[in-house]
Design a protein around this ligand. Structure first.
Ligand SMILES: *Cc1c(COP(=O)(O)O)cnc(C)c1O
Length: 491
């Protein structure tokens, strides 16, 4: 069963949590108990079967055959090889490449299964309505969600992104999505304003009832939806199985993970994997210049009313990380009343936790951050040292891992979650590798080719020929105008 982090709902089935996306009166769905799983029982299984075993205890009302079909996506050619998430040995650490899906970012790992999870959830509830998926994106979620949901029967998707706040490749990926049920809206504002506006829509009773008359219900494909988080727990088990198989980790010994963090979904999945019994040593949270979380772990003060920076790791440009609420729920000993106060709308994400909760947080996660220069320097240093190219997000993680090593000298085998292909951010990667002085590429599209020539790496399929594809019309809206726009589109 699932309950709300704010104590306003409990005893809900998985299908309900996934259908609703978030608790209608505020709060996020979390599992009431966290099941355990012995990693040894997963040895030798292919990814799809590991996925099935990890997800099954969380989805008791899903049939076995439904789940088998859902995990097919990991073996049916959707991902660009037999291993959807290879652990690559780099130096004396590992890089878990989570970007072999259709959009070259780790979001595919979950967004390729969420539509099926949702479809089964609706069936379990005998819901006849169509679903309207609303997504706020800082870049990568948008395209991954559009790809996952395109041409799905009974589902419509609208993606909202901050105008000018995503990379040219990210924008083109979104605007070239096919599918009659896919829509893209550029919002005048930064990602936080965009996300806040979309959250307000979810809470609007007026819009909800108007849509219901048209037989439409809302759901979310952001990582506030449990159906997004659940498939992400899988690849931490997968990383561990590979590390043991490669002889990097002795069976049963611990493994550290470093996660470049934005909305705190990916790292929260690592935390759940640890709670399920996976031998994870240290979980390391890496932030960019928008380092609300680094400050929080140092002081216990969550100060999100501060300047927002647009960085070269845009998917981490976030001041209020949605899933952090799930983390604090666990760290506070599931104190829903506290969560309610901390996340009260009038606090706008600025609050201070009690010393005990802070201690619990610090014992669970190590946090650090990288500024823009450090990120670029890490891209070039890592390439020189290991001939391995990090995208800017993963480079932030690499930098924080170096800081962690310097601070602790912890020799535990460590896996860096690599969240995007470097080609997704080719020009910034090239600036890291070559400096900005004499750019030998004229635009983002040349940068892709040039990066490929320079490194000998292949451009991922999903990023090839993007500049030639036809684009769909993008609607533009103020954050306050989103409700009206949706009314025009669907009511
Ligand atoms: C979404 C994203 C992140 C942040 O992940 P969260 O789960 O939101 O913390 C990091 N890197 C890339 C490339 C992403 O797309």
């Amino acid at each position: 069963m699932y309950e709300s982090t704010r104590g306003n709902l409990s005893g809900q089935r998985a299908a309900q949590a996934i259908t609703l996306g978030m608790v209608p009166s505020g709060g996020l769905f979390v599992p009431s108990t966290i099941p355990t799983l012995n990693w040894q029982d997963l040895k030798g299984l292919p990814y799809r079967d590991v996925a099935k075993r990890v997800m099954t205890p969380y989805l008791p009302d899903f049939s076995e055959s439904d789940l088998s079909k859902i995990v097919d996506v990991y073996s049916d050619g959707t991902f660009d090889g037999p291993n959807p998430a290879p652990l690559v040995s780099v130096g004396n650490f590992g890089v878990l490449e989570l970007w072999h899906g259709p959009t070259a970012a780790f979001k595919d790992m979950a967004l390729q299964v969420l539509p099926d999870l949702l479809k089964v959830s609706l069936k379990l509830f005998d819901r006849e309505e169509d679903v309207l998926i609303l997504v706020a994106t800082s870049g990568d979620t948008g395209k991954a969600a559009l790809e996952g949901f395109k041409n799905r029967e009974g589902m419509h998707i609208v993606v909202f992104y901050p105008e000018g706040g995503v990379s040219p490749v990210q924008e083109r990926q979104m605007t070239t999505t096919e599918g009659i049920n896919t829509h893209v809206v550029a919002v005048k504002g930064n990602f936080d304003q965009c996300q806040t506006a979309v959250k307000r829509i979810f809470a609007s009773e007026t819009l909800k009832s108007q849509l219901l008359e048209k037989k439409l219900i809302f759901s979310s494909a952001n990582s506030i939806n449990w159906g997004r988080l659940l498939p992400q727990i899988v690849y931490y088990f997968w990383a561990y199985l590979q590390a043991v198989e490669q002889g990097k980790v002795a069976p049963g010994a611990t493994m550290n993970v470093v996660v470049p963090t934005g909305n705190f979904g990916n790292i929260q999945a690592a935390y759940y994997a640890e709670r399920m019994g996976l031998p994870i040593g240290q979980i390391i949270c890496a932030s960019n210049k928008n380092n609300v979380l680094t400050d929080f772990f140092a002081t216990g003060v969550h100060q999100s009313q501060r300047d927002f920076f647009q960085t070269i790791s845009p998917s981490m440009d976030i001041l209020v990380s949605s899933n952090f609420e799930r983390f604090l729920y666990e760290m506070s000993g599931r104190n829903a009343e506290q969560i309610q106060t901390w996340y009260d709308a009038k606090n706008q994400g600025t609050f201070t936790v009690d010393p005990l909760t802070l201690k619990q947080c610090q014992d669970t996660v190590y946090a650090g951050w990288a500024d823009e220069e450090e990120t670029l320097a890490t891209i070039s240093q890592s390439y020189k040292a290991y001939q391995y190219v990090f995208d800017p997000h993963t480079a932030v993680a690499m930098k924080v891992y170096n800081d962690y090593l310097a601070a602790t000298n912890d020799q535990t085998y460590t896996v860096i979650a690599s969240t995007a292909s470097p080609f997704k951010f080719a020009s910034n990667v090239l600036i890291g590798l070559e400096g900005e002085q004499d750019k030998s590429w004229k635009d983002e599209w040349e940068a892709l080719d040039y990066l490929s020539q320079l490194t000998g790496w292949k451009i991922p399929m999903g990023l090839q020929g993007l500049d030639q594809k036809p684009e769909k019309a993008v609607k533009v809206s103020e954050p306050e105008g989103i409700a009206e726009l949706l009314q025009k589109m669907f009511i």
